[in-house]
Design a protein around this ligand. Structure first.
Ligand SMILES: *Cc1c(COP(=O)(O)O)cnc(C)c1O
Length: 397
């Protein structure tokens, strides 16, 4: 008989009762070091006292009033994001996919209302991941995810990443904008080249296209800057955020320049839950931590330490890991054996990670991770690598 929970996930047989910082404790008393962080989402660690207090206090006052009224927590959160980024205006929603849907709507509408209703198509990239709604499945373009869900939503074209010739050849009179992750997450931590991002920006300016960044996974400090595009010094016209923004509380956002945002006039877009007082209190508490002076510098230092240690692991286990990718605390280790086997050994060693495409083991700890916890993770990863090596040798003999 089918489980009461729909069988959409192959879940690990672990149930956590509580967490503290980078640690998770199971109902049966085992503890795990969490380098999965709810898929790059628990940005400030588990049971972070500042976040817990903000949520509890807001829940005790008012959680939800709808967007028929002013929401001071949302006004404050939007003002802080505007202050800290390229954006002039922000829309709040509830997830990454929903933010991306709204981002594409914003791009299309801005083109339509500035004299180009024919410009509806969005140029996307092979290996992209933009979410699971019908529209974003089509933007993602991965045939595995589309199988059995009928016709693709129209209006999304795909070209290889980091190939400017392919981009130029794919742009037509109907192209409205270009959408990409500065570092592709789900498909295996594959960065867009800095030069490529700069050339995309120049091309969008030349042809009047909008540049849209999906920073759902790369944003909110994950790479050591508030948003990953800052490393390339390339600013988009519109950007999506979600995952780490609420530190585990669901919230998404569309951040846009005025030229795009001004066309989302009353009645053009909406959400019941989006930007409610509780979600915005959570995200404001996350920003208190991430925007505090020195925090992102510490993320960069921690990442430098961890990545040096990981390079040593790769050096010692070339039969298990072939390559490290990523930026800051968005880390991918390409595996030699099947990533599923490495992930199982990692978990058995008490370290949680996430697999990604291209046989990559993804390590995305909370941004608040301590150096000591990084050392512990590396030691557990070495233990896992020994197990995998032993198993491989056994199969070979
Ligand atoms: C996770 C993710 C999404 C989808 O976010 P949901 O909150 O699961 O809808 C979209 N884009 C990127 C880059 C992601 O990593």
């Amino acid at each position: 008989m089918i489980s009461a929970l729909m069988p959409t996930y192959n879940r690990a047989d672990l149930a956590f009762e509580r967490g503290e910082g980078a640690w998770l404790y199971t109902t049966d008393g085992r503890r795990f070091l969490d380098f999965a962080a709810g898929i790059a989402t628990s940005s400030v660690g588990h049971a972070n006292p500042h976040l817990v207090k903000a949520i509890a206090e807001q829940a005790g006052k008012v959680m939800h009033v709808s967007n028929l009224f002013r929401v001071p927590q949302a006004e404050r959160l939007a003002a802080r994001l505007v202050e800290a980024t390229f954006a002039d205006s922000v829309f709040f929603c509830n997830s990454g996919a929903e933010a991306n849907e709204g981002m594409v709507k914003a791009v299309r509408r801005a083109q339509a209302k500035s004299g180009h209703p024919e410009r509806t198509r969005i140029l996307c990239f092979e290996g992209a991941f933009h979410g699971r709604t019908l529209g974003m499945l089509s933007a993602t373009g991965n045939p595995t995810y589309l199988d059995g869900f009928g016709e693709r939503a129209p209006g999304f074209d795909h070209v290889p990443l980091n190939n400017m010739n392919a981009v130029r050849n794919a742009v037509t009179a109907e192209t409205a904008g270009v959408m990409l992750e500065p570092i592709q997450g789900e498909s295996g931590i594959k960065p867009a080249d800095t030069r490529f991002l700069q050339e995309l920006r120049a091309m969008c300016d030349e042809f009047g296209l909008f540049l849209a960044f999906d920073e759902v996974q790369t944003g909110v400090g994950r790479t050591g800057k508030l948003f990953a595009h800052e490393w390339a010094n390339v600013t988009p016209d519109v950007m999506s955020s979600a995952k780490g923004l609420g530190g585990g509380f669901p919230i998404g956002a569309i951040l846009a320049r005025e030229a795009v945002a001004k066309h989302l006039t009353p009645g053009t877009h909406g959400t019941t839950f989006g930007g409610n007082p509780l979600a915005c209190a959570a995200a404001n508490a996350v920003l208190d931590i991430i925007l505090a002076p020195g925090f992102l510098d510490r993320v960069q230092e921690r990442a430098a330490f961890l990545n040096t240690e990981l390079d040593a692991v790769i050096g010692d286990f070339p039969d298990v890991f072939s390559e490290r990718r990523g930026l800051g605390l968005l880390i991918g280790l390409r595996c030699v054996p099947k990533v599923a086997d490495v992930l199982a050994a990692t978990q058995a060693a008490g370290l949680l990670a996430v697999s990604a495409g291209d046989n990559v083991l993804r390590l995305v700890p909370p941004l608040t991770i301590s150096e000591q916890d990084c050392r512990e993770a590396v030691s557990r990863l070495r233990q896992a690598a020994e197990t995998v090596r032993a198993a491989t040798l056994e199969t070979a003999s």
